[in-house]
Ligand binder design. Structure first.
Ligand code: SAH
Length: 346
């Protein structure tokens, strides 16, 4: 089996260079730069390696980028990629344009998801497998190449908010966060990345101790009872335990935990729900990000009325909280979680 070099951390690559390639240690940073800074996809391009090494490498190693099988650009500038992995599995990643024309990329961490949230397309598919280091970071390589080829605005932020539950792929997530901050590689500082999660206390603790990223918590309900209806697997963790884990999350003075609250018409979008949410979060160091449900066929939910979303937000403001409404992007290209893949498979 040839090893995909994109699956190796810096330490892993060093071990490969020394033990497999039988080459001196300094070759590690040379190869790392070719992979992550200059995005070469073949060994011939690694011009500072010896000819012998360039001939030897393809026999024991490969550079496997995810392959783009569908690409859709929305009128609002959102770009959605459907990517095929080496075993044929499909994942999605999205580039979302910001106000200044910078892009935020939404990354997947698993094929499918075990959380089975009742409103989520990916949840409907069930869990298939975790993504590897190379598959998580390969999404960035693909998107950055797209941006460079078209001279678009740079990629500024990364959010782990695509398919899958990132904390269920924790070791690889942490390796990926570390690798992408390499200043001779992708060069993303962790302050520009957010890990969106249903909130798993033991794993949140490890994420906190790593100091590598801040979480955004998919709360979606102000009470345990309602949350259990919407997110049956996630809610196996009682809300009290989740809140305790978040209260203990190490943060610098100006940092905040983000709570995501998906608004489903007639389900969790009343002003009573908003009051309960304010009771729960009002005293916490946090901000609330309200998300209008992006509807998919065959799901028993509807998008909330725009007016209701504004009223919900205003109530939180009146209670002194920081709340924002997430702009909905890319509806014309099926940009919500799992929609494009579902489209392809039907
Ligand atoms: N598993 C992680 C990350 C992936 S989901 C998590 O739960 O946070 C990313 C976000 O998209 C979550 O907040 C999820 O609840 C939300 N989401 C899923 N389906 C959606 C839809 N149809 N419309 C709007 N948001 C959706």
């Amino acid at each position: 089996m040839r090893v995909n070099l994109l699956d190796l951390t810096m330490e892993g690559l060093e071990a490969f260079v020394i033990h497999e390639l039988k080459a001196p240690r300094f070759r590690t940073t040379q190869i790392w730069k070719w992979l992550w800074q200059y995005d070469v996809r073949g060994f011939e391009g690694m011009t500072n390696l010896s000819k012998a090494m360039r001939a030897q490498l393809p026999q024991i190693a490969s550079i496997d980028w995810p392959e783009t099988v569908d690409l859709r650009t929305s009128e609002d500038g959102t770009v959605k990629f459907l990517l095929r992995l080496t075993d044929g599995k499909l994942i999605e990643t999205v580039l979302i344009p910001g106000a200044q024309g910078n892009f935020t990329q939404c990354l997947s961490t698993q094929v499918g998801c075990a959380m089975a949230c009742t409103f989520c397309n990916t949840g409907l598919m069930g869990f298939e497998r975790n993504l590897t280091h190379g598959e998580i970071l390969g999404q960035i390589l693909v998107a950055r190449r797209h941006i460079r080829d078209r001279d678009l605005q740079p990629l500024k932020r990364l959010v782990f908010m695509g398919m899958g539950e990132p904390l269920n792929n924790l070791d690889t997530l942490l390796d990926s966060l570390k690798s992408m901050s390499s200043d001779i590689g992708l060069d993303f500082s962790w302050r520009r990345s957010t890990v969106s999660t249903v909130g798993l206390p033991k794993k949140l603790k490890i994420l906190g101790e790593s100091g590598l990223a801040l979480p955004a918590i998919s709360l979606h309900a102000p009470t345990q009872e309602l949350r259990a209806k919407l997110m049956p697997v996630a809610a196996q963790v009682p809300m009290i335990e989740l809140m305790a884990a978040l209260d203990a999350f190490p943060m610098k003075p100006r940092e905040r935990i983000t709570f995501e609250y998906l608004l489903l018409k007639g389900v969790n979008d009343s002003l009573d729900h908003a009051r309960q949410l304010a009771d729960l979060l009002g005293q916490r160091r946090c901000k609330v990000n309200l998300i209008a449900y992006n509807p998919t066929e065959d799901m028993p939910y509807d998008a909330p009325e725009r007016e209701q979303v504004l009223r919900f937000e205003k109530l939180l403001w009146d209670r002194g909280m920081t709340a924002t409404i997430r702009r909905s992007m890319g509806a014309d290209i099926k940009a919500a979680c799992g929609q494009l893949k579902a489209d392809h498979q039907s």
